[in-house]
Design a protein around this ligand. Structure first.
Ligand code: AVI
Length: 338
């Protein structure tokens, strides 16, 4: 039966995206987080996981980083998508995939996927993130832009397991993991993560579009993680505020300095916070003394070559591996099929 439009001449509002929340903020929050943070701070070489960068302010600071002159990855990757989207669609078609289920891991604002959706024509778009409220809003935006697109937003932490809810189509799954986020895993963790994407019992991928940052000269790399405006320094030090909130600690950000260096042997940028004086940090069930110059390791960002990433993808069970890079070979997007 046809119903008349309420206001003839006006289109109906687009359907709302479906949303499935499998993420419980308390998993990431209080008791487990406090234990993990205390263990990291008490270790001989103190460390805090980079996942604790991303409170509300940290997420905003990261968005600001992506706009910095020195931070080339975001705009370089966008340039690759713009130049190679036709080749990417052809690679999918070559693997027999014409209407993929596009699963966007760590989708955030969904801005990167929105560049590709018109070219890949997904049958279903599945943005996945732990930042649930942010993702709900972003999925609404995507729906407003593409009213006909079937969208299933999923709130989940995909870093440990990758079993998606049954609403996510099993056929022709193509995972999208841009931004060089895989670089924040160690190579062993990255291999395990890629294996979960390929695993028929988990991600059940037919293909993967993966953005990676490439090895380049030390000065360019170190400037990208230690910008002139001090935004990355603020991003790193904001971790201390977040740890104060989660652990009840008394870090004073004034007493710490941002350090970013390229460790060539390990092919990774390391970010640290270095104590500017001798100090003691206290929290409800513990404390740690830091000597002047002692560091907390806060992030590693691994840089790959086209060959080293191809080898990792092959080891994880992918084949038909095809990279696209920018003219300076600073960044690459890989297609790999299972
Ligand atoms: C999210 N991730 C890929 C960023 C990177 O480049 O490793 C995080 C970042 N840390 C400092 N600047 C940006």
């Amino acid at each position: 039966m046809n119903f008349p439009l309420p206001h003839p001449g006006l289109a109906l509002a687009p359907a709302s995206p479906q949303f499935i929340n499998r993420y419980n903020a308390s998993d990431h929050g209080r008791p487990g987080a406090a234990r993990e943070l205390a263990d990291g701070l008490n270790a001989v070489a103190a460390s805090v996981s980079p996942k604790y960068f991303y409170d509300a302010l940290g997420s905003q600071l990261f968005e600001a980083i992506t706009l910095l002159d020195e931070y080339y990855p975001t705009r370089t990757e966008a340039g690759i998508f713009d130049a190679a989207h036709g080749h990417m669609a052809a690679a999918l078609a070559g693997a027999g995939i014409t209407r993929p289920c596009l699963i966007d891991l760590g989708a955030g604002s969904c801005a990167k996927a929105m560049r590709l959706i018109p070219h890949l024509q997904p049958r279903q778009y599945v943005p996945v993130d732990i930042s649930v409220d942010f993702l709900r809003d972003a999925a609404e935006q995507v729906q407003n832009t593409f009213p006909e697109l079937a969208i299933v937003g999923v709130g989940m932490d995909f870093s440990a397991a990758l079993v998606l809810p049954p609403q996510v189509q099993r056929q022709d799954r193509v995972f999208f993991y841009p931004g060089s986020s895989i670089g924040n895993f160690s190579p062993d963790q990255a291999l395990a993560f890629l294996q979960r994407i390929a695993d028929p019992a988990q991600g059940a991928a037919r293909g993967l579009l993966l953005g990676i940052d490439l090895v380049k000269d030390k000065a360019t790399l170190e400037a990208a993680y230690d910008d002139a405006l001090g935004v990355t320094a603020a991003f790193n030090k904001n971790l201390l505020r977040h740890v104060n909130t989660l652990l009840g600690a008394d870090f004073d950000p004034h007493q710490w300095r941002h350090v970013a260096l390229f460790n060539e042997a390990q092919s990774r940028i390391e970010m640290h916070l270095e104590a500017c004086c001798e100090l003691t940090v206290h929290w409800p069930k513990g404390e740690r003394r830091f000597g002047m110059g002692e560091r907390i390791h806060t992030e590693s960002s691994y840089k790959y070559t086209l060959d080293s990433m191809s080898a990792l993808l092959r080891l994880a069970g992918f084949s038909q591996i095809k990279p696209w890079a920018d003219p300076k070979d600073w960044f690459a997007v890989f297609w790999a099929s299972v």
